[in-house]
Design a protein around this ligand. Structure first.
Ligand SMILES: Cc1cc2nc3c(=O)[nH]c(=O)nc-3n(C[C@H](O)[C@H](O)[C@H](O)COP(=O)(O)O)c2cc1C
Length: 195
């Protein structure tokens, strides 16, 4: 009865953020039911998918960082979520977010801030990563690509992808970080449901 239902709603232009979305879903599936919803290039999801979001206990937002903020299609979706906002449909749901871009920073923090403010506008409860930053591995301060929280972020999950196909990048560590985050959010959603 207290099984949490976590929806992951994301945009991905070229498949890299999609790899991260799938990792987040894998993690959330360890603690409950999930739905993975992809935002179209026009910024749309179907009516049935809006209903799925309204029914979820937790919603995790995902987008690549383009030009220092969430991609245009994600912003179209965020604006369209004003329909749910008018009804208070997402109030008191658990929320989280993830992003991915080419640069180590790439201004990804702006995207997570954008998502956390979106969640706050809806009256949702934002969850941090709850992970320590990966420690340096050598004198050049390199982090291992398999490290959890390789980029040392706390607000939400960040991944970094090279200019290569999504079957190659983002690296395992970033995917594991996404998986950990999905499980953390679904676990909190379950606790809140049980309370
Ligand atoms: C229009 C556009 C703008 C971009 N802006 C940024 C940026 O601000 N910072 C960054 O690090 N990478 C930037 N990139 C690189 C993408 O974030 C990177 O290729 C990412 O892996 C794409 O994710 P996707 O395959 O899910 O679309 C940009 C790419 C595009 C196409």
């Amino acid at each position: 009865m207290n099984t949490p239902f976590t929806a992951i709603v994301y945009h991905s232009g070229y498949g890299h953020t999609e790899v991260l979305a799938q990792a987040v879903e894998r993690g959330a599936a360890k603690a409950g039911k999930t739905a993975l919803i992809k935002i179209s290039p026009e910024g749309k999801i179907t009516d049935a998918e809006w209903e799925t979001l309204n029914a979820a206990d937790a919603i995790i937002f995902g987008a690549p960082t383009y030009m220092g903020s969430a991609s245009g299609p994600f912003k179209m979706f965020a604006d369209a979520s004003s329909g749910a906002w008018f009804k208070g449909a997402w109030k008191d749901k658990i929320a989280g977010g993830f992003t991915n871009s080419y640069s180590l920073s790439g201004d990804k923090l702006a995207t997570l801030q954008q998502m956390s403010i979106l969640a706050a506008q809806h009256g949702m409860l934002w969850v941090s990563t709850g992970l320590p930053a990966a420690q340096k591995k050598d004198a050049d301060h390199n982090r291992d690509e398999n490290d959890l929280n390789r980029l040392g972020r706390f607000l939400g999950v960040m991944a970094q992808s090279e200019n290569a196909g999504p079957e190659i990048t983002p690296p395992q560590g970033d995917q594991k970080t996404g998986e950990h985050y999905g499980e953390r959010i679904a676990t909190f959603a379950g606790k809140l449901k049980a309370a």
